[in-house]
Write a protein that binds this ligand. Structure first.
Ligand SMILES: *Cc1c(COP(=O)(O)O)cnc(C)c1O
Length: 390
């Protein structure tokens, strides 16, 4: 596939969504659709069918329920609908999105408990098992697939094993991994998985979707705290009429269908994942050669987004670095770590290794312009990381 430059000199978005989309995806938004019309209903049906195929739902046990709003709306819809009011959730947190899920449960008034691993470390199957053994009231486990605040790829397979070995249910926030990291039901067990249009499928923002076991959905009638975020209701109406309950983001859906076709043409999840992994490898090798250090150990680096420590050199400032990178055509992303200064570079979106090489060159030039002699972080930062990942 061709990787045309963004339009009109707009910068590349090296961010984990919204991200750089292809020209064809943008062009798919150049017509208006009647939300009740058969042509648009066909788009919705195709979207649901293609997403179910992506998780290998061969025996038809799952449903796809799209939901208006950003990813957080869909996480809230999933939790509010699928966790019964008497349920209790074990939240596995190692960054901002895990903590947000806990905050959501608090707002919903659902009982929950949190394993918080800080910024660097993955929740492991063993500790999930121990937490479940210690608290029989826990009915569900919520895992973050790729914790986008650091870029860590959490070990969801071992978490699923620990969860189902104890008869509990797994819900996965795969927002930033779905479409590029395998979520196939034949190798990974879960009751529901949630993602959104503007991450690895490379659509534009406006809706998300929950892929959920039908029996869970059927049992969830009346659970939801919310009218608009009730997945059961959204599903029931969609099954009956083929329509979304309330105004759908029509143009966003049309762009998403185009993005899904490109995803399939690239070789589906495997093809998309391979391109992103190559983007990451080129980026990380180039940045390390320039003296930067990654937050994470090799083994936990995701193909989605990479966190780098800020250089310790006193001439370095992130806001100035950001502006210099923007001048060169690249929007990078501030860090979201609680303890140390960092920045992030996304590997996802309509971009390839040539773009990543240009990012590295731009970063090197920007450091020189700032008169930063070394990109190395403070030694104590590395010392701390070494202690934590040991
Ligand atoms: C992007 C993302 C979300 C949702 O964020 P929104 O800003 O609401 O779209 C949730 N979880 C993870 C892991 C994410 O990467």
């Amino acid at each position: 596939m061709g990787f045309e430059r963004p339009l009109l000199g707009e910068p590349y978005l090296l961010t984990p969504g919204p991200l750089t989309t292809s020209l064809a995806t943008k062009q798919a938004m150049l017509r208006d659709w009647g939300s009740w019309d058969a042509d648009f209903r066909a788009l919705t049906a195709e979207l649901r069918r293609r997403l179910l195929a992506m998780i290998g739902d061969v025996d038809g046990a799952f449903e796809c329920v799209p939901m208006q709003g950003s990813g957080t709306f869909c996480v809230e819809a999933m939790l509010g609908t699928l966790v019964p009011r008497q349920g209790k959730v074990l939240v596995l947190a190692n960054g901002a999105y895990g903590l947000r899920a806990a905050q959501t449960l608090r707002a919903l008034g659902r009982a929950h408990t949190v394993i918080d691993k800080g910024d660097y470390l993955p929740p492991r199957g063993e500790e999930v098992g121990a937490a479940l053994d210690a608290d029989p009231a826990i009915t569900h486990v919520l895992a973050i697939h790729c914790e986008t605040s650091s870029g860590i790829l959490n070990p969801v397979e071992e978490i699923a094993q620990a969860t189902y070995a104890r008869g509990r249910k797994l819900l996965i926030d795969s927002m930033s991994a779905f479409g590029a990291v395998p979520t196939d039901l034949r190798t990974l067990r879960y009751e529901a998985i949630v993602s959104s249009a503007n991450k690895c499928i490379e659509g534009v923002p406006g809706f998300g979707f929950v892929l959920v076991r039908r029996s869970e959905l059927e049992a969830a009638k009346g659970n939801s705290h919310s009218l608009s975020l009730d997945l059961h209701d959204q599903w029931t109406v969609m099954e009956k009429t083929g329509q979304w309950r309330f105004t759908p983001p029509t143009h966003v859906v049309a762009a998403f269908i185009e993005a899904l076709h490109q995803h399939a043409a690239e070789g589906g999840v495997a093809g998309r994942g391979a391109r992103y992994a190559n983007n990451r490898d080129v980026l990380v090798a180039g940045m390390r050669a320039a003296g930067f250090e990654t937050l994470l150990d090799e083994r936990w680096l995701s193909p989605i987004i990479v966190t780098f420590f800020c250089p310790a050199d006193p001439n370095f400032s992130f806001p100035a670095f950001y502006e210099l990178m923007k001048e060169k055509g690249f929007l990078i992303y501030p860090g979201k770590l609680t303890a140390v200064e960092s920045f992030r570079v996304g590997c996802i979106g309509h971009l390839d290794a040539d773009v990543m090489r240009a990012v590295v060159a731009a970063a090197t030039r920007s450091l020189a312009e700032m008169k930063v002699a070394s990109a190395a972080p403070a030694p104590h930062v590395l010392g701390e990381r070494a202690k934590l990942v040991a």
